[in-house]
Design a binder for this molecule. Structure first.
Ligand code: GLP
Length: 269
């Protein structure tokens, strides 16, 4: 796991945008896994800016979002369909037919989950998966206790997640209890994972994910098993990492050839 500690969330968002840009320029048909929540907003803002000002082209990119609330349609302001349209898709030139988000209104949840997995496979797999992290260490909506081999499926939210996400609704009562989420096993198949976490409230989850024991009790620790995960954190989210001096040292002392190779998306990959 590579850990990049940036001075501010803004610098972290720009670092993440550079990585995504590099992939999309090297591989115009890239398959991006995308996340919702407040954390990736800076990244999405940067991608929009690069699209508008620097011609970053998303016309052949395919996207798969991690999750969606069951029962919310695309027109519900708290749905992840709505969120993605508002904060990214509506402002870049991605083709609507290449956008995939689990259908929260499906009549047949198991069939929709299987079809989602099949669509990822048919697209050739996810090149880069953007991730945030919940306070309890969840990724996507894989709550603590999720199988580390899980696939796209229905999950029941914990009370903690319902409370954390009630800010997007008028009250906690309105937060759906159930969601569809890519599984931990689905996420682990992405070629590169890029997890962002900013702010003091994420410091414990980040420390557990990077330095804690691998455990389904903190699903994000599964990324320790992933061959190419980069974690971008600001100083506040890095505050409880015991080896933060080492991560800074590694970053400052990368051999020149490696600085560019970390996210080379061409050739053998
Ligand atoms: C939700 C999403 C996750 C996200 C998490 C943290 O639970 N399903 O993908 O990482 O919230 O959200 P935030 O970035 O707002 O802290």
């Amino acid at each position: 796991m590579e850990v990049i500690i940036t001075a501010t969330p803004e610098t972290g968002a720009r670092t993440a945008a550079r990585i995504v840009e590099k992939l999309v320029r090297a591989r115009p048909r890239a398959v991006l896994g995308l996340a919702t929540g407040s954390t990736p907003l800076g990244l999405y803002g940067e991608l929009i800016r690069r699209h508008r000002e620097e011609g970053l082209d998303f016309s052949r990119v395919t996207t798969f979002n991690l999750d969606e609330y069951i029962g919310l349609g695309a027109d519900h302001p708290a749905s992840y369909h709505y969120f993605m349209h508002e904060h990214l898709f509506g402002a870049i030139n991605v083709s609507p037919e290449r956008i995939h988000i689990p259908d929260g209104k499906t009549a047949d949840i198991p069939a929709a989950c299987e079809a989602y997995e099949a669509a990822i496979r048919e697209a050739g797999g996810i090149d880069l998966q953007v991730l945030g992290i919940g306070h309890d260490g969840h990724i996507g909506f894989n709550e603590p206790g999720s199988s580390l081999a899980s696939r796209t499926r229905l999950k029941t939210l914990t009370q903690k997640t319902i409370e954390a996400n009630q800010r997007f609704f008028t009250s906690a009562d309105e937060v759906p209890r159930h969601v569809i989420t890519m599984g931990v096993g689905t996420i682990l198949e992405a070629r590169v994972c890029l997890l962002l976490a900013f702010g003091e409230s994420k410091a414990d989850a980040v420390a557990a994910m990077v330095e804690g024991p691998l455990s389904a009790s903190c699903p994000a620790t599964a990324l320790q098993w992933h061959p190419r995960t980069t974690v971008i954190v600001d100083e506040a989210a890095a505050a409880r990492l015991r080896r933060s001096d080492y991560y800074r040292y590694v970053h400052a002392n990368k051999p020149a050839w490696q600085q560019d190779a970390t996210f080379s998306f061409g050739g053998h990959e």
